[in-house]
Design a protein around this ligand. Sequence first.
Ligand code: PXP
Length: 257
Amino acid sequence: MHKPAAMIDLGVNIDHVATVRQARQTIEPSPLEAATLAIAGGANSITVHLRGDRRHIQDDDVKELREQISVPLNLEMAVGEDILTFALGIKPQQACLVPEKREELTTEGGLALDPSNTEMRECIAALQEQNCLVSLFIEPDAQIIDMAKELGAEAVELHTGAWANAYLDTNLSDDQRSQAITAHLNKLEHAAEHCAAIGIRCHAGHGITYHNIRDIVHLKDLRELNIGHTIVSRSIMTGMQAAVAEMRALMDAGPKS
Ligand code: PXP
């Protein structure tokens, strides 16, 4: 049955607004301004990943967003003492625990979970004590979802990367590609069903685009999608003409009197 997409929250990841700013170490574009526009466009939450290497989002961005945006802030973070201390000071409404590797371009895979991992268990509990909704970024697998629940998480975010990458796999024939997409989508669907069966909230994200969104948004039991790169990319294209026209108009207006 068609499920109204409005039932699924849209979290917009604005990391790459900060990536552009950091390329020049300057003050524009502003993640806060981007977040405000994203909210005006319908974002239900704003996601930022404060990486250990601070390659895009900076501590002050997170503080500013937490203080000024009108929707929940979802802080993506690795498990670690320093970042946890920072997060507890910021009190984000949501946190998504992710694996982090220094050399990766983006978060490559889901977390390796182990129910006896006390550091992760304590990290989840400490955030939850502040009424933070904690999700764990994991591969779409029932056993891993069970472990997330055992660790105390109230939500998981299913890694959609393998499914999304299948659309771009030029080594496959069209038939093979569509089979691969269907196989990955089935895994995601079963994982989402498993979440519902054991009573854990199901989020998903990574690699979702304007091209593939309509293939996933119907999945029953999905509560939230987190989307970043494609939205920031699209906003450059939808904004380019107006931005150039504004610069041209200023050039033509001559000097300030
Ligand atoms: N969810 C998580 C946990 C992520 O790490 C990312 C990438 O930062 C996303 C969602 C968004 O992925 P994308 O930028 O490909 O939309």
